[in-house]
Design a protein around this ligand. Sequence first.
Ligand SMILES: Cc1cc2nc3c(=O)[nH]c(=O)nc-3n(C[C@H](O)[C@H](O)[C@H](O)COP(=O)(O)OP(=O)(O)OC[C@H]3O[C@@H](n4cnc5c(N)ncnc54)[C@H](O)[C@@H]3O)c2cc1C
Length: 421
Amino acid sequence: MKVERLTPIEYTDLILPQGYSVSEESLWLFTEEENSFRSEVRALFGKEIVPMTQQFEKNNVFPRKALQLIAKKGYLRYPFPKKWGGLNEGNGVTKDFIISEELASISPVTSTARVATMLCGIPICRFGSDYQKEKFLKPLLLGEKIGAIVITEPNAGSDTARMQTIAIREEKHFILNGEKRFITNGGEAEVNSTFAITDRSVHPHKGMSCFVVEKDMEGFEIVEHYDLLGMRGARNGYLRFRNMKVPAENLVGMENLGFRVLLDELDIERTVIAGEAIGHARRAYEIALEYSLLRVQFHQPISEFEAVSFKIAEMHTKIEAARLLALKAARLVDADRSASMEAAEAKMFATNMSVEVCNEALQILGGIGYTTKFPVEQYYRDARMMKIAGGTTEIQTYLIARELIRDAKKKRKEWNQTEPF
Ligand SMILES: Cc1cc2nc3c(=O)[nH]c(=O)nc-3n(C[C@H](O)[C@H](O)[C@H](O)COP(=O)(O)OP(=O)(O)OC[C@H]3O[C@@H](n4cnc5c(N)ncnc54)[C@H](O)[C@@H]3O)c2cc1C
């Protein structure tokens, strides 16, 4: 007669080496060098970041130390050119996507703080002056300063054109007034790539500018930090700027061309968020798979029930599909090609997938999944953010549809002018 376990399964009973579920075949389309990079990143995060994660989750500690450590190892530098302290060798976004997946699988909150810092650097790198790159970008990439990307406002979420924050030029500086909310790292970040209207007489797309706002400038106010559903340890800030004197030398790119600056970072942002979503899903999936092998009901491991094993099959397939979509977007961005649709597809699919997979993982754990004994409930909460930040699922879907329909109409027009076939 079989002896069945009487004590409940503990999280520590699971054997879950980092990257437990990622096979060589899963990574077939990455280069050998990228795969050894992934192994290096995974090993470092496993050794250095894993021991810190309880502080973030249980004590709401902001992961500044983790970020500094990551930056010291160079893991904020890949999308940036060598001239400005970066490490891009043609596949910088692909590498950043790898970092995102690996870090998010271990510490979602550290990952989101890292991505916000990296994104803060993108406008400065692509449009900023040499002075700005020296003063702001280099310290960001070295982990000496933390960054934030500051766009959303109480009345301007998906519709960024409704932005009301205003910057009025006065000789050698701008006077900045306005409010921004939901800002990742908001209030912690010393460097804030901030968008504001500089010409109210035209459409915001033609009257927006980007500035580096420093936390220690007079008039910078942290109104509150939001209490979030997930991402414990994150600082998500509501900021107010009151008559802030921002030096003209902090204007990033040309005055009134800020909307271009804003659009420019989105492909990287969406690709990298897709990476994070894959990391969240992957960890929840791994825990559920391992648990299903140990948990016995009706005298057999629950993995033997078709209802459970089919969930596992679908979860894995979706994770793999998301990684392929995101890799395609990353490769396009690295090749300096337009990837607005592909990055939107990657983000839409990966973030939907991630919430679904975390939800199914929780279901596989049954009642214990709904407790904090296993971190699946945490990944479920953390993953949920990604369907909102960086442009909602609905906005990604709209963008994809717009591109497809525009393209189909164009083709139709061209075909109408040629012989029918
Ligand atoms: C945890 C977190 C971190 C964030 N970090 C940052 C950050 O670092 N920097 C920053 O600037 N912002 C950040 N954001 C803000 C985020 O980008 C916005 O929340 C998001 O763009 C949506 O804006 P909103 O919240 O105002 O929602 P709204 O725009 O008001 O949307 C509400 C609902 O309406 C839907 N909707 C709106 N317009 C359309 C449309 N045209 N078609 C179909 N549906 C539509 C949306 O999809 C959504 O479901 C963060 C948000 C969160 C939650």
